[in-house]
Design a protein around this ligand. Structure first.
Ligand code: CDP
Ligand code: MG
Length: 139
């Protein structure tokens, strides 16, 4: 079993798509091991997106991710990190394959509905950021 950090981004909630997105994970047989509705502060955004903080587009990303509530989830299952990334699809909704969350619901490079950890180290780092009480913890 693997655990990965998924965020339903502000566009997902604003468009009232969270039920449909969560249903895809459930349909796949993944477990929602933790879930909370929250706001991302600028400080949290800088930690979560540390690899992007210096990019030209980071200020717009920060404004987007802090601009409305998100749902943070730990999604668990066999090979969950790779499987959830595949279900999310390519970053840009215009390039994401049909059948993926971004491919089916997004036509934007920024407003692409979901975040999914991109590997085991990011998954652990991001779970620790969003669910600090669960560091090293059980499901
Ligand atoms: O989320 P993913 O790992 O697929 O993409 P990323 O390259 O790590 O970028 C993180 C997030 O920044 C994306 O999901 C987009 O929401 C946003 N982004 C953006 O606003 N403008 C870009 N040129 C690239 C990404
Ligand atoms: Mg990324």
């Amino acid at each position: 079993m693997e655990r990965t950090l998924v965020l339903l981004k502000p566009d997902c909630l604003q468009r009232r798509l969270m039920g449909r997105v969560i249903a895809r994970f459930e349909d796949k047989g993944l477990d929602i091991a933790a879930m909370k509705l929250m706001r991302v502060t600028p400080e949290l955004a800088r930690r979560h997106y540390a690899e992007h903080v210096r990019k030209a587009w980071y200020p717009e990303l920060e404004a987007f991710i802090t601009g409305g509530p998100v749902v943070a989830m730990i999604v668990a299952g066999p090979e969950a990190i790779r499987v959830v990334r595949a279900m999310a699809g390519a970053t840009n909704g215009l390039e994401a394959d049909p059948g993926t969350i971004r491919g089916d619901f997004s036509s934007s490079q920024q407003m692409n509905l979901v975040h999914a950890s991109d590997g085991p180290e990011s998954a652990q780092r991001e779970i620790d950021i969003f669910f600090p009480a669960r560091v090293g913890g059980a499901r």
